[in-house]
Design a protein around this ligand. Structure first.
Ligand code: Z5A
Length: 264
């Protein structure tokens, strides 16, 4: 695979209106990058597989009603919960941080013990941290996120919807945009946001009206890492446009572009 634990992967986020083709394009982009030899993984938000995700799912299916702020915070919590490493690893990392800090164990000893986890990505990451920042690695490991671990070990992540959906949809309902951004602060900022314009949703007028408001909210969130793709073009054309912007981005990340945090 092209990405190794020595070069980091890219965090690519696909955003857009309802049924603008994000899921189709995520799949196509995944195959493209995989074909080029990149190590790649696809995520999507909401992640309906977690406890919080199930609450979101039932809200979206109109099976439960929630206050606008409450559902906003659930969407955000759904991203924060994906940030965590497994309980087992988190407990291990904090105990090792303590051992390393009090010099009761050498980095080598701790690395040996890490092998018991059998997770190549975590091991690769910790080894790499060791050579870069010496004994501080275990401290860092205690607070490191799953997403960051994957990126730093060379995995490129394609994420279908992220914090921008959270802010755009909730602010389109009338919530204050800064209030909406607040719980997202501190999550990793994407290296590239491919925003798909246009769409195929809206069987009812009201829905179209709402999508327009969402589109407006997206506009307010735009920054230099957004690339807008016209999703009204044929699927293959959209795919080509996405490939072009993503190819540049993965190379920049491989060369060591640093990770940053959202809105901080
Ligand atoms: N939401 C939120 O409020 N807060 C948050 O923090 C998050 C989300 C993360 C569920 O999201 C809702 O949650 C969503 C935002 C809100 N509500 N809305 N609206 P979701 O991701 O689960 O659902 P979705 O956005 O509605 O995604 P979708 O239905 O999966 O649509 P899509 O991924 O953008 O499109 P698609 O499935 O790839 O394509 C739809 C159809 O169009 C399909 O038949 C394709 O074959 C076709 N298609 C795709 N591209 C084309 C082109 N170029 N031409 C012609 N036809 C095409």
């Amino acid at each position: 695979k092209k990405n190794s634990s020595e070069s980091r992967g890219a965090l690519i986020v696909l955003e857009g209106l309802d049924r603008s083709g994000k899921t189709s394009q995520s799949t196509r982009l995944h195959s493209f990058l995989d074909g080029l030899g990149y190590s790649v993984e696809s995520w999507r938000f909401p992640d309906r597989n977690t406890g919080v995700g199930q609450m979101i799912s039932s809200y979206l299916a109109n099976e439960s009603q929630l206050d606008d702020r409450a559902i906003h915070l659930l969407f955000s919590a759904n991203r924060w919960e994906k940030r965590r490493l497994s309980d087992k690893f988190a407990a291990f990392a904090s105990s090792q941080a303590e051992r390393a800090a009090s010099r009761r164990a050498s980095i080598l000893q701790i690395q040996e013990e890490l092998l018991g986890f059998g997770d190549d990505e975590i091991i690769g990451f910790l080894k790499r941290l060791d050579s870069h920042v010496k004994g501080e690695w275990a401290m860092k490991a205690a607070g490191i996120s799953l997403m960051e671990t994957k990126l730093r070990t060379g995995k490129t992540l394609i994420v279908d919807r992220y914090s921008y959906s959270g802010v755009a949809f909730s602010s389109a309902k009338g919530l204050d945009i800064e209030w909406c951004k607040a719980p997202e602060m501190g999550l990793l900022a994407p290296d590239l946001k491919a925003a798909e314009r246009g769409g195929y949703g809206g069987e009812r007028y009201e829905q179209l009206e709402f999508q327009r408001k969402v589109a407006k909210s997206y506009q307010t969130l735009r920054d230099s890492s957004w690339k807008t793709i016209d999703a009204c073009c044929p699927v293959e054309d959209v795919e080509m446009q996405i490939r072009e912007v993503v190819s540049d981005c993965v190379v920049t990340c491989e060369k060591g572009k640093s990770l940053s945090q959202l809105w901080s």
